[in-house]
Each structure stands twice: as C-alpha cells, then as structure tokens.
Design a protein around this ligand. Structure first.
Ligand code: GDP
Ligand code: MG
Length: 161
C-alpha cells in the first residue's frame, strides 16, 4: 500500500508541452497529441492561443542573449500555438525523448522532430527540460483552474504496475 501511494505521487510529474506555429499550420496537432496519449500519459490541460511577444520573451528568458533570440520570437508569434500539460511518470525526461534533439539533424527517427522536421528554427514542438522549468512554464501558460486534476483508474491500473 505504501508502495502504491509512493508510486502514485511519482506518477503525478507534469511537463509543459507546446506545439509551435509550424506544427499547427502543418496539421500535426492530432498526431502529436496521439503520441502522448498512446504512450499512456494523461492530458491535464490544453489550449490554443496566439501568444504575445512579451509572453514568449518571458517563456524563453534563458535564451535572451542568444543570436537567434529575435528570430525565435518572430517564429513563435507568427501564429497560434497549442499549449498542453501532460502528466505521468518521468514525463519531463520522457517528453524530451519523444520530442527528439533540438536540432532535427540530430533527432532520432521515431521522435516527433525526427519524423516531422528538418531545421532547428522550425522544429515543431517544445518540452520542458527539467521539473523546475516545467513548474515555471506551466504557471506561465496556465491559470491554476485551467489544470484538471482528475483520477484515471484505467491508467492507474493498466499503464502502471
Ligand atoms: P529546446 O529546449 O530543445 O527547444 O532547445 P532550446 O531551449 O535550446 O532552444 C529553444 C528553441 O530555440 C529551439 O527549440 C529552437 O526552436 C530555437 N533554437 C535553438 N537553437 C537555435 C539555433 O541555433 N538557431 C535557430 N534558428 N533556432 C534555435
Ligand atoms: Mg529549451
């Protein structure tokens, strides 16, 4: 029983996953969501929005001194994104693996970027790189009442031991 309670807490890790404007324009929203659903992760928040420049500059604040920062922001404001929170065991690390490397040349085939993208500046998706970044990004993109903390007995019993 203690074991199962402990595991359930570990299974509540959350990551901020976002489909960038190129992913939306190219009609990849459903395919990307499907990968996380089929893997066994739980969708707890989702919205489409056209983010402001200021909102994106804050999201990518750690990259503000990079030479590609202005073009990154222009790319990200160019259209709507789909912002999501996915939950489950090791979702932050697993989400990064499912996305693939930042540069699609290094993204393994089978990953989202490895299957659908060619250049770093059009790499389709975002995923938090640590649990701390995930917490910061989730709070930046979602209000607390936009996150749905629901119990899923099927996932509890059949995705986890
Ligand atoms: P990520 O966590 O894998 O998304 O990579 P980073 O946090 O390092 O960078 C954020 C985003 O900035 C990437 O996903 C790319 O869209 C973009 N980016 C990163 N490095 C470069 C680069 O060298 N050139 C261009 N054009 N964009 C970049
Ligand atoms: Mg990053």
């Amino acid at each position: 029983r203690i074991h199962s309670i402990f595991c359930r807490m570990a299974n509540n890790e959350r990551s901020f996953i976002m489909i960038k404007p190129d992913g939306v324009h190219r009609g990849l929203v459903g395919k990307i969501i499907q990968r996380f659903e089929e893997r066994g992760y739980k969708l707890v928040a989702l919205k489409q929005m056209t983010a402001s420049k200021a909102h994106l500059e804050e999201h990518y604040i750690d990259l503000k001194d990079k030479p590609f920062f202005p073009s990154l922001i222009n790319y990200m404001v160019s259209g709507p994104v789909v912002a999501m929170v996915w939950q489950g065991l090791d979702i932050v690390k697993q989400g990064r693996a499912m996305l693939g490397a930042t540069n699609p040349l290094a993204s393994a085939p089978g990953s989202i970027r490895g299957d659908y993208s060619i250049q770093t500046g059009r790499n389709i998706c975002h995923g938090s790189d640590s649990v701390d970044s995930a917490n910061r990004e989730i709070a930046h993109w979602f209000k607390a009442d936009e996150i749905n903390d629901y119990n899923s007995p099927f996932i509890n019993s059949w995705v986890y031991e």
